[in-house]
Design a protein around this ligand. Structure first.
Ligand code: F6P
Length: 326
């Protein structure tokens, strides 16, 4: 047993739908196991400045359905410095916080790894990012909501594209990872998807547009924001226009609409399971790992490994787009 009495919980980096469900799960399970729990505002930034708030059952009532994060979030430059981390440590000590649950993505876990090692501090991480770019979990908290947000938006675009017989190039989020584009692309029946993990054969793509059914009223191409070969949505649109002047081409960049809104049930359940597992495993002495879900089971991955960006693209999924879009 770890002897932990008080847990701090915080969210950091880009927010993701389901973070509130994760906070709720951490707070309620900590109380269930007779631990005290404090919420730390604005991630590492608030930790440095001592923005702490005692949490009870009521502080997390009616938040499971809300997007964003009630603890707010930030990206902290100061936490990257030794002095900043030292100050954060002193703040935690002064409030008797003896373990942390960090909810976020790769930046959050990079900070958690350094801090955990430097001060021998127990931390477990929950994968909270819409990008799904962490190794050691099949899905991150927020990814399912984000891809459903994309599907909702592109379904609407499809309606108007169909009415006007237009070709739409839709840019989706994902920083340098194409997993949002890949799944949502299949979900909307995209004609083509462009992701950073695979080399885009522009000629082949143009050829596919050429031979695709002439009676298709609309065409949707999904481009991940970090994809470089096509030059991004705007440049790709120029290339398509030059080659196919007969197409009425439009660009739509979905942006942060993808990251907001109510979390899906999948994300709420994932966040709840991982939040409970984090508290239970801090109690038994686990530390410096991310808690994820692999093949339906709770799994632990070192922070180091989780952030290595070695999430593989499922080639079968990629091929499905080609097969089904003709
Ligand atoms: O990591 C989540 C994410 O939404 C990425 O998909 C995107 O590239 C980035 O954050 C946008 O960051 P910001 O909200 O700071 O513009």
């Amino acid at each position: 047993m770890s002897g932990i009495k008080k847990i701090g919980v915080f969210t950091s980096g880009g927010d993701s739908p389901g973070m509130n469900a994760a906070i709720r799960a951490v707070v309620r399970s900590a109380l269930y196991y007779n631990l005290e729990v404090v919420g730390i505002k604005r991630g590492y930034e608030g930790m440095i400045l001592g923005e702490f708030e005692d949490m009870d059952r009521k502080s997390v009532a009616n938040i499971i359905q809300r997007g964003g994060t009630i603890l707010r979030t930030a990206r902290s430059a100061d936490f990257k410095t030794k002095a900043g981390r030292e100050q954060a440590y002193q703040q935690l000590k002064s409030r008797n916080v003896d373990a942390l649950v960090a909810i976020g993505g790769d930046g959050t876990f990079t900070g958690a790894k350094v801090f955990g090692e430097e001060f021998d501090f127990p931390i477990l991480g929950l994968p909270g990012t819409i990008d799904n770019d962490l190794f050691g979990t099949d899905f991150t908290i927020g990814y399912d909501t984000a891809i459903n947000n994309v599907v909702d938006a592109v379904d609407r675009i499809r309606d108007t594209a169909e009415s006007h017989s237009r070709l739409f190039i839709v840019e989706v989020m994902g920083r340098d990872c194409g997993l949002i584009a890949l799944r949502s692309g299949i979900g909307v029946g995209a004609e083509s998807i462009f992701i950073p993990e695979t080399k885009t054969d522009m000629e082949a793509m143009m050829h596919r547009l050429e031979i695709s059914r002439k009676d298709k009223m609309s065409k949707i191409l999904i481009v991940a924001e970090g994809e470089g070969d096509s030059g991004g949505a705007v440049e790709l649109a120029e290339r398509v226009k030059q080659r196919f002047p007969q197409y009425d081409t439009r660009v739509s960049i979905l942006g942060h609409i993808q990251r907001g809104g109510k979390p899906t049930c999948m994300d709420r359940v994932l966040a709840s399971r991982l939040g409970v597992a984090a508290v239970e495993n801090l109690i038994t002495g686990r530390r410096n790992e991310m808690v994820g879900l692999l093949n339906g089971k709770i799994a632990f991955t070192s922070f180091d490994h989780a952030i290595k960006h070695n999430v593989e693209i499922n080639k079968d999924l990629f091929k499905i787009v080609d097969i089904l879009s003709l």
